[in-house]
Structures are given as C-alpha cells and as structure tokens.
Design a protein around this ligand. Structure first.
Ligand code: ATP
Length: 367
C-alpha cells in the first residue's frame, strides 16, 4: 500500500447509482462534509453517472469516463446500482459494481457489523449487544467467475446449466493475507484478532485447495490464531453465537450470502457498511442494494452509507498516513452511536419512525 505525505484535500469519486443508493449517498455526503472542517480537511466530491437508469437512458451502465474518474480519485463512494426490471441480454441484472470490482481489481470485500446500544437486533441473548465482527469476502473470482460465462448444454428435458467456480492460488493468498493483517490490526485495538476460514473443503476440490492456501498463508502469521469452519455450520453458528467470531474470510459466493445474514444480525441491510479494497483502489458502499420497495419515500436507513464513509476515512488515513482522517471516522461512528443510544434516531428496520432526513439531522447535531 503506497504512502503519501499528509495533505489537506482528498478527491472522492461519488457514484450514487439507482434507487435508495441516491438517497443514502446524499446523506453520507452531508455527514462527510460536516466532519471535514472539524478535522481540518476538505473532500472534493464529484458525482459520476452509472447504474441501471443510466443504462436505460444511454445504453451503457458503467461509462468508461466514470471508470477513469474512479481510477484517478483517492477513493470511491458508491451508493447502490441495479433495478429489477432492467436486464442485460442474458437475463441477468445490470450490476456495474461487479464490473468496477473486476476493473479496479478490488479483491477484498470487507463487511463489518457491530451492535449499537439502543438498537436491539433480532437475537434475544444479552451477548448480542457485543457483536463486532468483519466478514472478508473474496470478490474477484470464486463462483462469481461464472458471471457472463455460464452455459447451457442440451435442450428441453435434457438441458443442463453449468457455472464454474474458479479458485486461484494468487487470488486466495492475497485475500487471506488481507484477513490475517486485519486480524492483527484488530488485536492491536484490543479485539480478539482471530481469523475463521469458512469453506466447504469436505466436498469440493476447489474448496480443499482454498483451505490449503489459507493454511499456507496462516503459517506466515504465527501470531494470529486461526480456525476452520464449513460454511453450513457457519450459517448456524452466526445465528447461535455471532459474538464468538472476529474476522471471517471466505469465497465470493459464500461471502455474498453470509454478508446478508450478518447484516440481519445487526438489525437489517441499512446497518451494514462495506468496502471493496484492492492494492491500488478502494470503493466504499452500503452492503444493501437499491431497495426498490422503499425507494423514493425518504425512509431508507442511511447508517450503512455513513459507516461506509467512515470506513473510507480509515482507509485513506492508513494510506495517506493522515491520522486526522481516522479522527473523522471515529466522530461519525460516535455521532451515530449517540443518536441511537439516546433514542433520538430509530430506523424503521427497528420499528422506529425516523426518516432518512431525521437520522441525518440527529447525526449532524452530534457532530
Ligand atoms: P441486491 O440484489 O442488490 O442485494 P435486493 O433488492 O436483493 O438487492 P436490497 O436492495 O438490499 O436487496 O433490499 C433487501 C431488503 O432490505 C428490502 O426489503 C429493502 O427494503 C431493505 N433495505 C435495504 N437497504 C435498506 C436501507 N438502507 N434501509 C431500510 N431498508 C433497507
């Protein structure tokens, strides 16, 4: 990861996208610009078009100029993209974020969740108040390698569809290294700093290979405790005792599914931030989609988008060696936590009545 000297201004490419992506991105930008003077920094945020609506209007979902702007920016803030009725020729949804992940080689999908005082999640156990874990999802290969490459053989009753899972040594090693480094950082912050490798090595050759590479890499981090789990058992245990986990690392498709499961543990998709990180670029977006069922009503929970902006500040702080940015991240997290703990903000996912604007307001007054 390259290091720059501390600076006062950062260029952020903003891709709001479709549906509630537009609404929650606007909320995150309000908070980002409010925190900037507090930490003596400026964020040059420039919006760029992409998404299913752009595809409908212009025939292209991810314009080359938008990709170029993302490459030039210090970081990318992303809303959500895709609309159910907008489909590509092969019947799949328009999902430009996947193209961007591959174009910028954003191989580590980072999905942290934590519980907030004042916002009880779905688990009754008192220990659920202490959930604080990060799922690291490999984001450039795995079963998603098959996207756009699936094939059908035969026809009628004899037809069979095939999608291929691709696990490479390089792709697995780098994401395992990422998870192991993350665990080491978390230990330095007083967290357990343990990695659970999630696979299905008892059934698939590809997954046995994944586990072999994980073990190879773990041997290079003797200070980081590691363990293995099968993905089916992990689905069970994430509901029974999520507080027992710290860092999870897994293949693309398993990560896709488990990240929604852990979002539910935090109370809903609106609580789950994410980052897609590579060696040169990083993109920050709420883990949720465009939520067509609530889009346009002003009721989307902007917490995930705000926490994603905080993750962006942490990543920039590390990359640029600029501690003030990490202070900004802590300020956003603290303002959100205080707004929830006081009861002043309660998202609808928790049975509350707070609109998007209400939550933004409660965070801004606490900043
Ligand atoms: P994708 O395929 O992109 O994941 P999706 O439609 O399957 O999209 P989401 O868009 O994440 O999934 O929506 C799943 C559910 O979560 C919907 O009921 C939606 O209303 C809800 N949801 C998602 N994000 C939020 C949010 N920020 N605030 C409140 N509810 C949300």
């Amino acid at each position: 990861m390259k290091r720059a000297t501390s600076r006062s201004s950062y260029a952020i490419a903003v891709l709001p996208g479709d549906g509630i992506g537009v609404e929650v991105t606007a909320a995150a930008l309000q908070v980002l610009h409010a925190v900037a003077p507090r930490i003596g920094r400026r964020f040059g945020t420039v919006e760029h078009p992409a998404g299913a609506r752009h595809y409908l209007e212009h025939g292209v979902a991810l314009p080359p100029a938008t990709v170029a702007a993302c490459r030039r920016a210090d970081a990318i803030l992303f809303g959500a993209m895709g609309l159910p009725h907008v489909r590509a020729g092969d019947g799949t949804e328009i999902i430009p974020q996947l193209d961007l992940r591959f174009a910028l080689d954003l191989y580590a999908g980072v999905r942290p969740i934590r519980s907030f005082a004042g916002l009880p999640g779905p688990l009754a156990d008192a220990r659920a108040a202490h959930i604080d874990l990060v799922l690291v999802r490999e984001s450039t290969e795995g079963l998603f390698h098959a996207r756009g490459r699936g094939r059908i053989e035969g026809s009628g009753g004899d037809a069979a569809a095939f999608d291929t899972m691709k696990i490479t040594h390089r792709g697995t090693a780098r994401v395992c290294d990422f998870a192991l480094r993350l665990a080491r950082q978390r230990r330095a912050q007083g967290k357990p700093g343990r990695v659970t490798n999630v696979d299905k090595a008892n059934v698939f050759r590809s997954m046995a290979f994944w586990r072999q590479v994980f073990d190879e890499r773990a041997a290079a981090f003797p200070d980081v405790p590691v363990e293995h789990a099968y993905v089916d058992a992990m689905a069970l245990n994430l509901v029974l005792k999520p507080w027992a986990y710290d860092v999870l690392v897994t293949e693309n498709m398993f990560g896709d599914i488990l990240s929604d499961l852990i979002a539910a543990l935090a109370g809903g998709m609106g609580m789950a931030p994410s980052a897609d990180i590579g060696d040169e670029h990083a993109l920050f977006q709420p883990a949720h989609g465009t939520a067509p069922d609530i889009a346009g009503q002003g009721i989307a929970n902007p917490t995930a988008a705000m926490l994603s902006a905080a993750m962006m500040l942490d990543w920039l702080a590390d990359r640029a060696g600029d501690a003030a940015l990490a202070d900004g991240a802590r300020a956003i997290e603290a303002a959100l936590a205080a707004a929830f703990a006081s009861g002043a903000a309660r998202p609808r996912e928790f049975g509350g009545r707070s609109s998007t604007a209400d939550i933004v307001r409660e965070v801004l007054v606490r900043l």
